[in-house]
Design a protein around this ligand. Sequence first.
Ligand code: G1P
Length: 287
Amino acid sequence: MTIRKAVFPVAGLGTRFLPATKAVPKELLPVVDRPLVQYAVDEALEAGIETMIFVTGRNKGAIEDHFDVAYELERIQADRGKPLDALKGTRLTPGNAIFVRQQEPRGLGHAVWCARDIIGDEPFAIILPDELLIGREKGCLAQMVAQYEKVGGNLVCALEVPMEETPSYGIIDPGARDGVLTEVKGLVEKPKLGTAPSNLMLPGRYILQPEVMGLLATQEAGAGGEVQLTDSMAKLIGKQPFHGVTFDGERFDCGSKLGFAQANFALACRDAAMGAELRGWAKALLG
Ligand code: G1P
């Protein structure tokens, strides 16, 4: 069955970016000129996703506006003879941008569960927008969909991190590896330092079977006192195929200020219009 729906959990408060996120959702913070959530939606569109499901919360209304028709803006630009390319990907197909609210901050697993009735009985994708993944040839989700067509079941993106960073992430207990696919034998959310089964972390891209929703419904709170998606996914191992997909590309952790600054700098340096000048300026600045 093809993957038609993607869930974007965007209810987080973004406190690490205060005061920027006091009135602006963190998912709308721009990397160069596109909001983070736009990169996530572009990645989904490239992978063939049709229905975008945003799990929002209070103060996230601007995300709905971002993906709506901006009638006035579009008309003024058209009247001025200005191209509308800059708005590409922001006007989602009517009915294919769906917003549901997570009323309490009970964790990623709970946020995904909030989309259960819209997902229904089909496999679906999840993209965490603050993990900005820039694929080398294809986007991350498109790379995963290509693997899904071969093996089906459940897939998570897998990336190596230094061992000391493992307590911050969901971590894979890996089995046999075959090309970009690694069998997932176990999953653990935020293991204590020195206890991680590997340094293969989950950078926020998933293709899951709908059965995970039933498991999330009764999932007890785990790491950090939150309902963890990782814990419910772990229960699918052994019942359904489960693989990690090694991602070919770069990762920017835009949930942290350092990663966000790095993403802005790296992508601006590659920008056709300003990249060369910025690189020259940076070289002079750093001596
Ligand atoms: C979440 C997931 C974790 C994953 C991480 C990626 O954690 O629970 O498994 O590795 O995103 O950024 P959070 O960063 O929300 O604590």
